[in-house]
Structures are given as structure tokens and as C-alpha cells.
Design a protein around this ligand. Structure first.
Ligand SMILES: NC(=O)c1ccc[n+]([C@@H]2O[C@H](COP(=O)([O-])OP(=O)(O)OC[C@H]3O[C@@H](n4cnc5c(N)ncnc54)[C@H](O)[C@@H]3O)[C@@H](O)[C@H]2O)c1
Length: 398
């Protein structure tokens, strides 16, 4: 496929590095940037045929088969509108919209035009994430009852992120969009998110938006998805997830302290990893940053889905659901109450599944807990099925 890249900044460069690595077939042939000199520099760096400072020209160019949106949040909708009009498949970076209303309009634009809309949620494509999801779907950890996803760093790298009007918010819109979608995948995308409780504050930076937030998303099956996001964390980029299931647990550390540590006295200046704050002393580099952040798997899924006429793992619809959850988080941070997730367009399971886990021990009792004691006796805690009485029994090792 011949790709038009819209934007020439941070994420556009990450995407281009992933797309042009390892002898991949799909190539960027055109770049749009507001300032022509930035477009030209990007084209030179990635050896592209064309560059322009007109978004329409980039999208409508006859040699372009597909559009990637790597622009600030307030420009996503306009870019989707032009792509849908041109009937070209479009992949949009996160967050899809600044609000669910905006995301819903974008979803309608691609669906009404009959074009492919892929949501570039890279953290749902990291090797560790995909392996975890496969294990969860195989039943390895039982029913997922709680997930926690954390993304925290010292703050983003461009002015527009800090402008609430352009970005749509602070750490919630920028980082919780990742955390919410990670949790949704682990809990099950067909399970309806019901309500959100969120604390948010501006603790450090002189901005209107929040630079730190913690939220709980309650799902229809009783599961809870927790997010922790910050633009005030010092020490690099902290990307961690935890999943608690009835039969097991998963802990994921994606970026800092992943088993690769390097010391330098600081003789050479250099890039260490995204948002790393130091380049001397003990540092935590990342082996293959693009791959560890999920970009190559993400593009492979997108291009394969287009070819096979399928829906990718992350679509515009997912982006819309994420925005609806974030809208409720912003509301809750204001009201200090649980706020409902308003989903005008819900395509998953509708019924509330109250899946309370009752494990039968024998005809009379449910099993609450079993534990091997230091002397190797086994202690079981039981609840009577009719009287509800709680008892314990000790099974002595023979
Ligand atoms: N992990 C991820 O998926 C990830 C990481 C970073 C950023 N992003 C997303 O990518 C998008 C871009 O972020 P970035 O980090 O590349 O930002 P950036 O500031 O580094 O780059 C933005 C690009 O848009 C251009 N631009 C800025 N204002 C413009 C305007 N008014 N009109 C036209 N062009 C304009 C800039 O010149 C630059 O080319 C955002 O939606 C952001 O949330 C995603």
C-alpha cells in the first residue's frame, strides 16, 4: 500500500520508522505537514516521493491508497472527513476524538462512506499485551475481576498537548485512553462499561487541564478497570499493567526496568528511550522501542484486515467507546460521583451478567478457600449452602 502520512512530528516519525523497517511491503509515499520545510525534511529523512503543505492534496493524491493521521487531537476530525470523502481507508492515532460526540461523528463518516477506520492503539499490540490477552482468552487466569493500567511520565513534548481546547484535556485524554482500552480488552470488549469514578487534579504544572488522575471503570459483569495516569511523574515513562483473575494474575512492565540496564558517565549525549529524563548514570533503555510499544504488530493487523475485508483488533468503534468512558471520567472528576458511561451506540452484550463465583465443595457446602499449612495439613473454609454458616475443616496429612 502507498501511504499518506499526515503530520511530521513525534508519532509520525515513530510510525514511519516502524513502517519502513525490516523490509516491509507498505511504504509511505507522501507526507503532509503544515510547514513545507518540515514536510520536506520528513520526506528526505524517510526517502519519500512526495511532500506537501496541503492536507487535501496529500489525501487525494492518486498514488495514495491509505491515510495515517498523526496530527494533534483537534485536527483528527477534519482529516477523517477528507479521507472519508476521498473514499480512502484511514488509520487514526489515539485518542480518536476529544469527546465521544466528536468520535461518534468520525465513526459515522467512515461507516457512511464505507471506508476502513482503524484505531491506532499501539499499546494493545505490544508482544506482552498480545500474549497476556491470548492467555486470558484461553482461561489461564479464570474470570478477570480487576485490571490496573498505569501510564505516567513528566509530561508531553509539544505545546498543543497542554492546551485543553486543542487536546481535549490533560493526562486523562492523553494517557487514560491507552489504559482504558487495555482494561477493556482484558475484561472483554463485549462487556458494557457502566459507570466511572475519577479523581483528577492539577498538582504541578501551570495549566487548566489535569496533570494527574486515578479512575475506576465499572463493567456490567462486576469487573473493575482501574487507570492511573500522570504528567507529573519523574523518572521516565512508567508503563505497567496488572490483571487479577479468579484463577491467576498477570503483571506487565513495558518500559522501565524490564531487565535492560545501562550505566554511563555521560560522555556522549544521546537518546535513551521515550521520555527518559537522563542520559547518564544508571539508565533503562528499551531494546526495540517501536516493537515494544506495539507499532509493527499494529500496522500488520491493520493492513491484513484491509486486505481480508475484516475489522481490525482496534477500530474506530473502539475509539468511540474509549472516548465515552473518558467523558464519564471528566464528569466524575467534577461531580465527585459515579457517572454513567453514555453510549448511544452500544454493539456488545446488553444483559447485566452478575457472574458471582460459587464453587461447590460437596452437596452441603460451597468452598471459600483452601490453604496448605506449614505442617502440611490442609485447611478448608466452607459456607453452608442453605444456612450460610461459615466453618473450617482441617484435613490432616496422613
Ligand atoms: N502512543 C501513541 O500512539 C502516541 C504517542 C504520541 C502521540 N500520539 C498522538 O499523535 C498525535 C500527534 O502527536 P505528536 O506527539 O506527534 O505531536 P507533535 O507535536 O510531535 O507533532 C504534531 C504534528 O502536527 C503538526 N501540527 C501542529 N499543529 C498543527 C496545526 N494547527 N495544523 C496542522 N498541523 C499541525 C506539527 O507540525 C507536527 O507535524 C496526537 O493525537 C497524539 O495523541 C500517539
Amino acid at each position: 500500500m502507498n501511504i499518506a502520512m499526515l503530520g511530521s512530528g513525534f508519532i509520525a516519525r515513530f510510525y514511519a520508522t516502524s513502517l519502513h523497517a525490516q523490509r516491509r511491503l507498505d511504504k509511505i509515499t507522501m507526507v503532509y505537514s503544515r510547514q513545507i520545510e518540515n514536510a520536506e525534511k520528513f520526506a528526505e529523512d524517510f526517502n519519500l516521493e512526495n511532500f506537501t503543505s496541503s492536507m487535501e492534496e496529500a489525501i487525494e493524491h492518486p498514488k495514495v491508497d491509505l491515510v495515517i493521521i498523526a496530527l494533534p487531537n483537534h485536527l483528527h476530525e477534519e482529516a477523517v472527513r477528507i479521507s472519508a470523502q476521498a473514499k480512502k481507508p484511514v488509520l487514526c492515532t489515539k485518542p480518536l476524538g476529544r469527546t465521544a460526540e466528536e468520535a461518534k461523528r468520525m465513526l459515522s463518516m467512515v461507516e457512511n462512506a464505507g471506508v476502513f477506520g482503524g484505531y491506532l492503539e499501539d499499546l494493545c499490540y505490544t508482544p506482552k499485551f498480545l500474549k497476556s490477552l491470548e492467555s486470558i482468552n484461553n482461561g489461564t487466569i479464570g474470570k478477570v475481576i480487576w485490571t490496573k493500567s498505569r501510564e505516567a511520565h513528566p509530561g508531553p513534548h509539544s505545546d498543543w498537548f497542554w492546551d485543553k481546547e486543542k487536546s481535549g484535556g490533560g493526562a486523562i485524554i492523553d494517557l487514560a485512553c491507552h489504559c482504558v482500552e487495555i482494561s477493556r480488552n482484558f475484561i472483554g470488549k463485549n462487556i458494557k462499561p457502566l459507570e466511572v469514578m475519577c479523581w483528577a487534579d492539577t498538582q504541578v504544572h501551570p495549566i487548566e487541564a489535569e496533570d494527574h488522575a486515578i479512575g475506576l471503570v465499572k463493567y456490567a459483569n462486576g469487573a473493575i478497570g482501574q487507570f492511573e495516569v500522570s504528567w507529573a511523574f519523574r523518572g521516565g515513562m512508567d508503563l505497567r499493567d496488572e490483571v487479577m483473575g479468579t484463577e491467576g494474575s498477570i503483571w506487565l512492565n513495558n518500559f522501565l526496568r524490564t531487565g535492560f540496564e545501562m550505566f554511563s558517565t555521560g560522555q556522549a549525549d544521546g537518546y535513551v528511550a521515550e521520555k527518559a529524563e537522563v542520559n547518564k548514570g544508571w539508565m533503562f533503555p528499551v531494546g526495540d522501542e517501536a516493537h515494544d510499544l506495539g507499532y509493527p504488530n499494529m500496522f500488520t493487523d491493520m493492513f491484513t484486515a484491509i486486505e481480508e475485508g475484516k475489522t481490525p483488533l482496534e477500530s474506530f468503534y473502539d475509539g468511540y467507546v474509549v472516548n465515552a468512558i473518558l467523558d464519564a471520567a471528566f464528569k466524575s472528576a467534577q461531580s465527585k460521583q459515579w457517572e454513567p458511561v453514555v453510549l448511544e451506540d452500544w454493539r456488545g452484550d446488553d444483559e447485566v451478567i452478575e457472574d458471582k463465583t460459587l464453587v461447590s465443595y460437596d452437596d452441603d457446602y460451597f468452598l471459600i478457600k483452601e490453604e496448605v499449612l506449614p505442617n502440611q495439613d490442609i485447611k478448608v473454609i466452607l459456607k453452608h449452602k442453605e444456612t450460610q454458616e461459615l466453618i473450617q475443616r482441617i484435613i490432616t496429612k496422613q
